[in-house]
Design a protein. Structure first.
Lengths: 206, 206
DNA sequence: CTCCATACTAAGCGGTTGCTTAGGTCTAAG
DNA sequence: CTTAGACCTAAGCAACCGCTTAGTATGGAG
């Protein structure tokens, strides 16, 4: 089964850096399959079928099934990091709110990719995991810096910066677990809701 | 490999209703294996070996590998529901704080079980999933009722009760994903941190 | 036209999977 | 001692796994 829905048109933005096109189609098929059934329960035959090719075609473009997972995880982490850090606001509260809005809604919009990114880390080889862990460290640092800036500016009241960072990231990431497109909230609405809740958590001195 | 560490002594409380003892040992071994490798990546041979028995022994006590998962999921959900609802406080803020403290620290202390409970729902048969979904509905209702009570009593300021319920549950559940015993916070400390953050989210008019 | 690299498929290999079958061992009642 | 039944194992089956090999179709360069 090949797919050409708008969901996958959007996903193509995320994967636009992957060439050749056949390799990209294979990655998108793998991300879709992994997110539905999980990495271990997905067979290389499932992936190839979803991409409209034979099982052997997987190994033209990728060394192994694990390399497909690694590319999804690497690109997914890099994308979510850039979503988080490309906010332009300067006021600490507005900046944190914008970052949370973007980060949370990304995890809803791309929950398919985000699930693979968040729940299949243990299936990576130690070398690939190390590369991904470094991206995760940068994501955590980005959020912690925003909260620290707000505390220094006297805009936030946070007794435990590390704890607040943990909670903010956790809250946004977990959107990928429960979000479903048929639910009652759009990704943008979730972003707005979460931006408000996070500002309350950091005790904005409105 | 059989285990007799204190972690498993604690787990035995959760599984104390399971008899005979051999069936209980098998369930505990399955929960440990599922939480480390995931349901699909765990083989019946892994489970049997961890329980110190032969692969065939699994099928003396359980119809299938999926039934092991179902029993873990059912008992795990029931336990976390009882943790959430057995708080004795009456003041809305104290009550919600106590519930969050208990629920969040449970997801840390029993992260092994909680991971299976939260991340392997899609491996259940439709009939078994329906039974578990009903327990999850009751968990959500319990939290929503606590927030609604606080709003009615004028103790909370919550513009979106459903949204706040979602966020509180999501925050606590996600503890199971990131918690590790070697980390810098104990389950009790996580409970205290989260109780405080949740009271800020619901805008307690202290 | 020939040549050759790229992109793909059909077929299948060795190994592993969930689960079954047939049979052995223990305890305790008669 | 015999017997019943609960509990467990050794061995293995059919199906499926990730991945490989050998070979085919295509299209551009000389």
């Amino acid at each position: 089964m090949t797919t050409t829905s708008s969901e996958f048109a959007l996903l193509d933005e995320t994967w636009s850096s992957v060439t050749p096109p056949a390799a990209r189609r294979m990655l998108i098929a793998a991300a879709a399959a992994f997110s539905v059934r999980g990495y271990h329960a997905t067979t290389t035959r499932d992936i190839a079928a979803q991409a409209g090719m034979s099982p052997a075609a997987v190994y033209i473009h990728y060394r192994s099934k694990e390399e497909l997972l690694f590319q999804i995880s690497r690109i997914g982490h890099a994308t979510s990091l850039s979503v988080l850090t490309s906010v332009s606001e300067v006021d600490p509260a507005e900046r944190l709110a914008a970052a949370v809005r973007a980060f949370a809604s990304w995890h809803a919009e791309y929950h398919t990719t985000a699930r693979v990114v968040q729940y299949e880390l243990s299936a990576l080889t130690p070398e690939h995991l190390a590369e991904v862990v470094e991206l995760r460290r940068r994501i955590e640092t980005a959020v912690r810096d925003m909260i620290t800036d707000g505390v220094r500016a006297g805009a936030f009241d946070v007794p435990d910066v590390r704890g607040a960072t943990l909670a903010v990231l956790s809250l946004c990431i977990d959107v990928a677990r429960w979000y479903q497109p048929s639910g009652r909230r759009t990704p943008a609405e979730i972003g707005d809701l979460y931006a408000d809740l996070v500002l309350r958590m950091v005790g904005t001195t409105t």
